[in-house]
Design a protein around this ligand. Structure first.
Ligand code: ZN
Length: 301
């Protein structure tokens, strides 16, 4: 399927040819040429809009609703990866979230590990426009799962996650914990309300306040970091009280408590974990234990 050169601009847009190519199925040709093209006539298409909002019934409504989640002047699914924050994810190329959503994900994943006893995995986070077009076309052809109309999924804004680790199944302890606790981290179990429920789908509801680097008190290299202090000895470095700074991209040994306190002053999240929890977090972040070494400043990055 050929991708259109640009996504539709919104209600009333005359890009019928683009939409026809996008829809990519026989029914599209029957509704082309008028505003009717904006309105999916098939039940298949109507339910596919659920990922944007359970109340949305038409493509025009979905596009309008999607704009409410827009940020940074970017187009849905066309956000440069260097303005997103990397997170572990199993779908290739989807391991990114908006920076505030990622920060809250890491905080939440720490609590999840402690409460549920396993790492909170992301199946899919950020979704490119091209991938959404592919999903949509496969859904329309009856060969794929539920998919939002291209340009309307919150995955394309870097503020949605599909979680694994048991969260994908209603009734599990993992799902119950997430429904009860994720909202306090700004992650809402919106998938529960879809026309076809998706227990694994969560949307981050915090409003974007601009790039973190705009905050002059936080150095760019410190963005997305958390302080994680292991209260027990590690086999790789058997000294009680071992302290590290864990970021998305770096794992750093802090040689004295002053460094820890200087980070806490500027609001860097701080956690203490026993070594079991500590190793769980390393695993959640995809950091190999072999990255832990003594007598080094930056261990990993
Ligand atoms: Zn999803």
């Amino acid at each position: 399927m050929t991708m259109p050169e640009a996504q539709p601009d919104g209600p009333g847009d005359a890009g019928d040819l683009g939409r026809r190519r996008l829809l990519g199925y026989a029914a599209a040709t029957a509704v082309a040429g008028s505003a009717v093209a904006l309105r999916p006539s098939a039940a298949l298409a109507a339910t596919s809009l659920a990922e944007t909002s359970s109340d949305v019934q038409t493509v025009a409504d979905a596009l309008a609703a999607a704009q409410e989640s827009a940020w940074g002047g970017f187009s849905n699914g066309q956000i440069p990866s260097n303005v997103l924050t990397a997170v572990p994810s199993s779908v290739a190329g989807s391991g990114f979230l908006r920076d505030d959503a990622a920060r809250q994900f890491f905080s939440m994943s720490l609590a999840f590990v402690q409460a549920v006893g396993r790492t909170l995995t992301i199946t899919e986070g950020y979704r490119t426009y091209a991938r959404q077009v592919d999903y949509w076309n496969r859904y329309q052809a009856g060969t794929g799962n539920l998919a939002a109309y291209p340009g309307t999924s919150n995955h394309g804004w870097g503020i949605s996650c599909d979680f694994g680790a048991g969260v994908e199944t209603a009734g599990t302890a993992a799902k119950r914990w997430m429904d009860a606790n994720a909202p306090s981290y700004g992650w809402q179990p919106t998938g529960n309300g879809f026309s076809r429920p998706e227990p694994w789908h969560f949307d981050y509801s915090g409003s974007w306040t601009g790039p973190s680097s705009a905050n002059a008190t936080v150095k760019p290299e410190d963005v997305d970091t958390i302080i994680l202090r292991c209260t027990g000895p590690l086999s790789e470095y058997p000294v009680a009280g071992y302290t590290v700074l864990l970021g998305v991209r770096t794992l750093r040994h802090l040689s004295n408590v002053d460094m820890v306190n200087s980070m806490r002053v500027i609001g860097t999240p701080y956690y203490e974990l026993d070594w079991v929890g500590f190793y769980n977090v390393l695993s959640a972040l995809g950091i190999p234990r072999s990255a832990i070494r003594a007598e080094a400043d930056y261990f990993w990055g």
